[in-house]
Write a protein that binds this ligand. Structure first.
Ligand SMILES: *[C@@H]1O[C@H](CO)[C@@H](O)[C@H](O)[C@H]1NC(C)=O
Ligand SMILES: *[C@@H]1O[C@H](CO)[C@@H](O)[C@H](O)[C@H]1NC(C)=O
Ligand SMILES: *[C@@H]1O[C@H](CO)[C@@H](O)[C@H](O)[C@H]1NC(C)=O
Ligand SMILES: *[C@@H]1O[C@H](CO)[C@@H](O)[C@H](O)[C@H]1NC(C)=O
Ligand SMILES: *[C@@H]1O[C@H](CO)[C@@H](O)[C@H](O)[C@H]1NC(C)=O
Ligand SMILES: *[C@@H]1O[C@H](CO)[C@@H](O)[C@H](O)[C@H]1NC(C)=O
Ligand SMILES: *[C@@H]1O[C@H](CO)[C@@H](O)[C@H](O)[C@H]1NC(C)=O
Ligand SMILES: *[C@@H]1O[C@H](CO)[C@@H](O)[C@H](O)[C@H]1NC(C)=O
Ligand SMILES: *[C@@H]1O[C@H](CO)[C@@H](O)[C@H](O)[C@H]1NC(C)=O
Ligand SMILES: *[C@@H]1O[C@H](CO)[C@@H](O)[C@H](O)[C@H]1NC(C)=O
Ligand SMILES: *[C@@H]1O[C@H](CO)[C@@H](O)[C@H](O)[C@H]1NC(C)=O
Length: 428
């Protein structure tokens, strides 16, 4: 999830991808989730689920709060949790991080980062994974962020390349790739024996451009820059860990020869989610041998202010249905499982009216698993305080970015409880 603008790029012709890397072993240890054609399986039985997102879980100071959150998730029927496997700061942020007891794993103060394995560092992530195992919840762990939040790609770029740089150098600069892989190997080696890991995820919402840095001439529709990076990094993770699943963490943008269009202010607009501008090519990426299942995200209101413009020929609900169907068609063609890994609508009324329609489409058409953004937990023992940026614990409630849903919002809550029951009935 990230709110912001998106820069337009030129269209170019496509580049083919190939990979010789051997697919992973299907003979996985007990308790590890694996794939079986278009579905997941666990210990020889189908595994369908409702999951959720809580990036803030490793940021909580109190282990009791981590436990109570995972216990509530378990009680609601949640089986899979996605959280950030990264938290990076730079040297200038260290004094504040120490003063506020902020979780961080990587400290950047030169062209090479330092690991924090202390009680304010990876020990917090250790506890989340240990507690998840206790509550029978499996974790999707993300290695870095396309956006600045909690120290993403642009920290690597700033410290290794410096100005002037483009965002896409993250995917191609050998020194950056090497520092990224050093972090990936740290995390994978630490947790690779744990059945509480559902899957490794290469990056949150990888795109050619970021928050601050633009994309360069080598990252444009058809360049295959992102797809090549996905291939190289998924092969790398597979070389470290033969058993856990691997996925992209991408928003699921397409690179179609005839992209979807919509009317805005009497102009027919080419939709950037379908024309390759973001850099992703969902179809070719899902076909990579070490990308085990597809992810996509869905925030129509944040993505398209045009939706409410007079004369526009679409709605929030309809965009979502089309987006869901497009991903289902691809997953069907490729023959791999699919997760709506993040989705959201703004406002309680919109959530209540739109979620059932989206959820039914995903669950019924493809038996796809769903992971709404984002979980809201009440009654934390932690007092009110800022975590970082505008993210705060307020009166014992976890951060609300407009997409959070809390157990006191029963209409929304029940939609997810009902979906969890449907998925449970499809599992072994
Ligand atoms: C794998 O899929 C097949 C058919 O789609 C199904 O019959 C079988 O039960 C599944 N096995 C597991 C372990 O999920
Ligand atoms: C920081 O949090 C830890 C728990 O994660 C706690 O034990 C410690 O007392 C806290 N330190 C400060 C300075 O608040
Ligand atoms: C370090 O973080 C500070 C505060 O977020 C920011 O102003 C600065 O640009 C960062 N420096 C680098 C090199 O990323
Ligand atoms: C970062 O490096 C600068 C200059 O080398 C040094 O003055 C500063 O103390 C370092 N900060 C940290 C947190 O290591
Ligand atoms: C440290 O925290 C203060 C107070 O929240 C803030 O104004 C300042 O920008 C922070 N400094 C850095 C380097 O993040
Ligand atoms: C994981 O298991 C392997 C094989 O049993 C062992 O060599 C390794 O030390 C274990 N790693 C961790 C982090 O426990
Ligand atoms: C909007 O209108 C265009 C042109 O008629 C059409 O191609 C497109 O599919 C429509 N979009 C939606 C979401 O109905
Ligand atoms: C809509 O188009 C008109 C005429 O081209 C233009 O003046 C106006 O600024 C446009 N409005 C928006 C919100 O783009
Ligand atoms: C609900 O969705 C409509 C249509 O996009 C939008 O205009 C409205 O602002 C949303 N409500 C809230 C509270 O965000
Ligand atoms: C939170 O605490 C209040 C007051 O103690 C209680 O009424 C409510 O049921 C609790 N909510 C949850 C979700 O546990
Ligand atoms: C539920 O809890 C959230 C977070 O504390 C609060 O903002 C909201 O007003 C509460 N009630 C409802 C009906 O959403």
């Amino acid at each position: 999830m990230r709110v912001g603008v998106f820069a337009s790029l030129l269209a170019l012709a496509g580049a083919a991808l190939g990979s010789a890397t051997k697919r992973w072993s299907t003979d996985v240890p007990s308790g590890f989730v694996t794939t079986n054609g278009t579905t997941f399986s666990l210990d020889g039985k189908p595994f369908a689920f409702v999951g959720t997102n809580a990036y803030w879980l490793p940021l909580l100071e109190s282990q009791a709060d981590v436990d109570s959150t995972l216990a509530s998730m378990q009680a609601a029927g949640v089986k899979v949790l996605r959280t950030w496997g990264f938290n990076a700061i730079n040297g200038s942020e260290l004094a504040n991080a120490t003063a506020t007891n902020l979780t961080y794993y990587q400290l950047w103060n030169s062209s090479t980062w330092e690991l924090n394995e202390g009680p304010q560092g990876l020990q917090r992530l250790d506890y989340v994974i240990e507690s998840a195992a206790k509550y029978d919840i499996k974790i999707i762990l993300t290695f870095t962020n396309n956006w600045f939040g909690y120290g993403g790609a642009e920290l690597y770029i700033n410290w290794i390349v410096g100005a002037p740089a483009t965002h896409d150098e993250f995917y191609t600069n050998p020194a950056i790739v090497s520092e990224y892989q050093r972090y990936v190997s740290t995390i994978v080696n630490r947790y690779m024996n744990s059945s509480a890991i559902f899957a490794w995820e290469l990056m949150n919402e990888a795109r050619c451009s970021g928050d601050l840095l633009p994309s360069g001439p080598n990252c444009k529709p058809g360049s295959g820059t992102l797809a090549l990076w996905y291939q190289q990094q998924s092969d790398y993770v597979r070389s470290l860990d033969p058993y856990h699943m691997i996925t992209t963490g991408g928003e699921g943008q397409f690179y179609w020869a005839q992209p979807a269009t919509y009317w805005y202010n009497n102009t027919l607009v080419s939709d950037y989610n379908y024309n390759g501008e973001a850099g992703e090519d969902f179809e070719s990426t899902l076909g990579l041998p070490n990308i085990d299942f597809g992810t996509y995200h869905m925030y129509p209101q944040t993505w398209y202010p045009e939706l409410d413009f007079p004369g526009s020929n679409w709605t929030v609900e309809q965009f979502g249905l089309d987006w869901i169907d497009a991903h289902i068609s691809t997953a069907m063609m490729v023959g791999k499982p699919l997760i709506i890994e993040e989705f959201g609508a703004l406002g309680l009324t919109n959530k209540t009216s739109i979620y059932p329609v989206w959820v039914q489409e995903a669950l019924n058409t493809y038996h796809a698993s769903i992971m709404p953004w984002q979980w809201g937990q009440l009654n934390l023992t932690e007092p009110t305080h800022i975590l970082k940026y505008a993210d705060e614990i307020l009166d014992g409630a976890t951060p609300n970015d407009g997409y959070a849903f809390y157990p006191n919002q029963t209409d929304v809550w029940n939609i997810l409880l009902n979906a969890a029951a449907v998925q449970e009935s499809r599992s072994g």
